[in-house]
Design a protein around this ligand. Sequence first.
Ligand code: DX5
Ligand code: ZN
Length: 219
Amino acid sequence: KKHVLVAPSLLAANFLELAKEVDMVNRSEADWLHLDVMDGHFVPNISYGIPVISHVSKHARKMCDVHLMIERPEQYAEAFQKAGAQQLTVHAEICPNLHRNIQQIKGLGMKAGVALNPHTPVQILENIINDIDVVLVMAVNPGFGGQAFIPQTLPKLRQLRALITEHKAHALIEVDGGVTVDNAAEIVAAGADVLVAGSNIFSAPDPEAVIRQLKAAGQ
Ligand code: DX5
Ligand code: ZN
């Protein structure tokens, strides 16, 4: 039996009813609130940013887990911290000085995460795995909610679990994209600690029940 954390992604929420959507997450068994920031450069889409997150974080009673899909995240890390981010994740593909990004995020008092696109091998974390709090494994190409889970993510999760064990690291494995109540158990069995889910939760008639089912994926 494994204790699974669940992080609903607000990208799939009804933005006209954001307070109600955050209330639902607050009431639910969810552990984190996942917030996706897109800049139209690193990914081919634009989402929401600092002003929205600062309001949402004041209303949220779950840890604000901010996933930056943006270029030059170092220019904005402090602004996201002030907006209420408690964990900040940057993409390895866009950070030539990834170690510096991690130190900056931790220096600002946030937990630090590194996200990997589907094509990015876990081995690039070899020399940094002991410095980070979470690895965000993308199971879809980032930019949009509602895409299908890429099956190759499962062996990749097993590789990452082995790398973390080998280095006696404490980083959590968070999986993002195409996670549903139907595939959650196999994702957890492959090594995931944290499940991000957007459309599966927010498009459901009973979102709290979906969160409960995702939480049970380790049983
Ligand atoms: C995609 C985002 C995800 C997205 C997941 O780029 O990083 O967090 O909201 O949405 P679903 O769960 O619908 O695939
Ligand atoms: Zn995300």
